[in-house]
Design a protein around this ligand. Structure first.
Ligand code: ZN
Length: 379
């Protein structure tokens, strides 16, 4: 059954609607667990759309196996998806920097608030992302260290290749996943694939994992695929490669290919001068979990592709915490807004090229910026 989560009037008598597909077992007992899958916060990420379709298709094929309530929210940013735009068109805003939202304010924040209220009480939520147009990521789950004890058992069932447990980062506090976890709704962030593309292989891999996870939760019965054991890495086990010069990144290695420390992984090319600006070597023995803003782990296959240009577009700044409208037991969550940050080069001397400039929260020290390396810009 399709239900409307929120409907907002638009300028010329149209309506923005966030809708969800709710699939209940037959007959319902009223005591079922509730499992939610959300996606489409970023309108240029399409892998999650296919995941929702495939989940519905497979569940309907075997309705007798369904023992819990499954709710699918394919389009949390429908204006963005309709125009294949990452943010919310008309607001120049990353929707995943507006949570938990607020009831009586701008349209995106109002919508964010309604989404959070609707998801409250779920037993588990998956927030599906698809990197961006510059990067390809192997199927992976990301979580903060403070949520790892609770979330890691779920992540191990998801049939992903990689789980990244990172130290708490202020840049993530205005995401949907952070808000839900703070409310007590266990929420996993999945990143996989490429922006503006659909990678069927990854979609089917994750859907197999979702059924394995639902079976573990008692929401699904019947045969499911045995989930692969993911590589779990913490921040100290993941390395980064940053560009010393701007240009076009041409990779020399592929996804899932092991490389040795010091091995050439790509070149940065100057398309105007026809020269090689820089050769990029692996800092570790390992492989790549994503292309672009490459990160290295001794055990995780990596795939550098095109170079990611990190600009101020992806960063916003923190202002002091404020109460969540409506309560949640006095919970206070930080909220982010644009325009109070400071641009800084990737190195203290400012010698790096434009490709490594990031907008950092005011007051964030160089050590912290270096250790975190902008690791979760996509989600
Ligand atoms: Zn995303």
């Amino acid at each position: 059954m399709v239900e409307t989560v929120v409907s907002v009037g638009l300028a010329v008598q149209e309506h923005l609607k966030i809708r969800k597909q709710v699939i209940r077992p037959l007959p319902p007992t009223g005591a079922e667990k509730r499992f939610c899958v959300v996606t489409g916060i970023h309108g240029d990420e399409l892998e999650g759309q296919y995941v929702c379709y495939e989940l519905i298709r497979r569940i309907r094929e075997r309705m007798e196996n369904l023992k819990g309530v499954v709710e699918l929210y394919p389009a949390l940013n429908p204006l963005g998806l309709d125009s294949v735009t990452r943010g919310v068109p008309g607001f120049d805003l990353d929707m995943n920097r507006t949570f938990p939202g607020e009831a009586q304010t701008s349209m995106p924040e109002h919508v964010a608030h309604k989404i959070v209220m609707d998801l409250a009480g779920a037993d588990l939520c998956l927030d599906l992302h698809a990197s961006n147009i510059f990067l390809r990521e192997i199927p992976q789950v990301r979580m903060s260290a403070e949520t790892a004890d609770r979330l890691l058992p779920y992540a191990r069932k998801l049939n992903v290749d990689f789980v990244w447990v990172y130290e708490a980062a202020t840049v993530l506090e205005s995401t949907l996943a952070h808000s839900l976890n703070a409310m007590g709704v266990p929420t996993l962030v999945v990143e996989m694939g490429v922006g503006m593309r659909i990678t069927e292989q990854y979609v089917f891999q994750l859907v197999d994992g979702i059924f394995a996870l639902m079976k573990e939760m008692g929401i699904w019965e019947g045969e499911t695929a045995k989930p692969k054991e993911p590589i779990v890495s913490r921040d100290g086990e993941v390395g980064f490669v940053s560009a010393g010069r701007p240009g076009i990144f041409a990779p020399c290695v592929r996804h899932w290919i092991n490389v040795e420390k010091g091995e050439l992984i790509g070149r940065i090319l100057n398309p105007l001068e026809g020269t090689v600006e820089e050769e990029v070597f692996s800092p570790l023995r390992g492989c790549c979990s994503r292309c672009g803003n490459t990160r290295w782990c001794p055990r995780v296959p990596c795939w550098p592709g095109c170079w990611e240009v990190i600009t101020g577009e992806k960063g916003t700044d923190l202002v002091p915490a404020r109460p969540v409208p409506g309560g949640y037991g006095g919970l206070r969550l930080p909220f982010r807004q644009r325009g109070q940050g400071r641009l800084r080069g990737g190195s203290p001397e400012g010698q790096r090229g434009a490709a490594d400039v990031r907008l950092l929260p005011a007051g964030e020290g160089p050590d912290r910026a270096g250790s975190q390396g902008g690791h979760c810009e996509q989600q």
